[in-house]
Design a protein around this ligand. Structure first.
Ligand code: 5GP
Length: 202
């Protein structure tokens, strides 16, 4: 059995990562990697579902014991991918979705060159801005902070493998594009060793 693929999905606020990931998870071929974080839970969070909420001391001790596949400090809080859980999913043959930011994505690519790095984007910065304002849930200051952060993050887009645009109302199409990328990767020669031997043996 083939090991699962590691799929990194990054994208700025308003890119629709959550919705697109839900489509991928609904196929049953993917498992969502639940990150550990030291940030405080928000009303929409559930411990053990959206994140594992742990203390700073606990996080540092996990880094030191090699328990994090990657980690970063983002806006004053630690975020990281628990190693054991991630490795167990890949061994089971399921694909793992890591919804992480660019610094973590870079670390994963160094350790796992076969990981697929996808940048999910709104069609443009203007559309992103209107999506964030349209939500009407956040103060102007927070919106400006998220928009400023987008410019920072996109500076690293060249280290990604794919860019997928999420047009208004087209989140299913965006998920389908990601499924096509996964399917292409599974047909690649590195994922299919010993073609000749297997062909004649069957
Ligand atoms: P939020 O606090 O809004 O849930 O997440 C802030 C940022 O941290 C988002 O860009 C999110 O993708 C990223 N993030 C979440 N989990 C991880 C992780 O395990 N590792 C890294 N490197 N980034 C993460």
């Amino acid at each position: 059995m083939k090991k699962g693929l590691m799929l990194i999905i990054s994208g700025p606020a308003g890119s629709g990562k959550g919705t697109v990931n839900r489509h991928l998870l609904a196929t049953g071929d993917f498992v969502y990697s639940i990150s550990a974080t030291t940030r405080a839970p928000r009303p929409e969070d559930t411990d053990g579902v959206t994140y594992h909420f742990i203390s700073r001391e606990e996080f540092i001790s996990r880094i030191e014991s090699g328990g994090m596949l990657e980690y970063t400090e983002y806006c004053g809080n630690f975020y990281g991918t628990p190693r054991k859980e991630a490795e167990a999913v890949l061994e089971s043959g399921k694909n793992l979705i890591l919804e992480i930011e660019v610094d973590g994505a870079r670390q994963i690519k160094e350790k796992y060159p076969e990981a697929i790095l996808i940048m999910l984007l709104p069609p443009s910065f203007k559309v992103q801005e209107s999506r964030l304002r349209g939500r009407g849930t956040e103060p102007e200051e927070k919106i400006l902070e998220r928009l400023a952060r987008t410019k920072e993050e996109l500076r690293f887009v060249d280290s990604y493998d794919y860019v997928v645009y999420n047009y208004d109302g087209c989140d299913r199409e965006a998920a389908d594009k990601i499924l096509a990328i996964v399917s292409a990767k599974n047909s690649s020669l590195p994922r299919n060793p010993s073609v000749m031997e297997k062909y004649f043996e069957a």
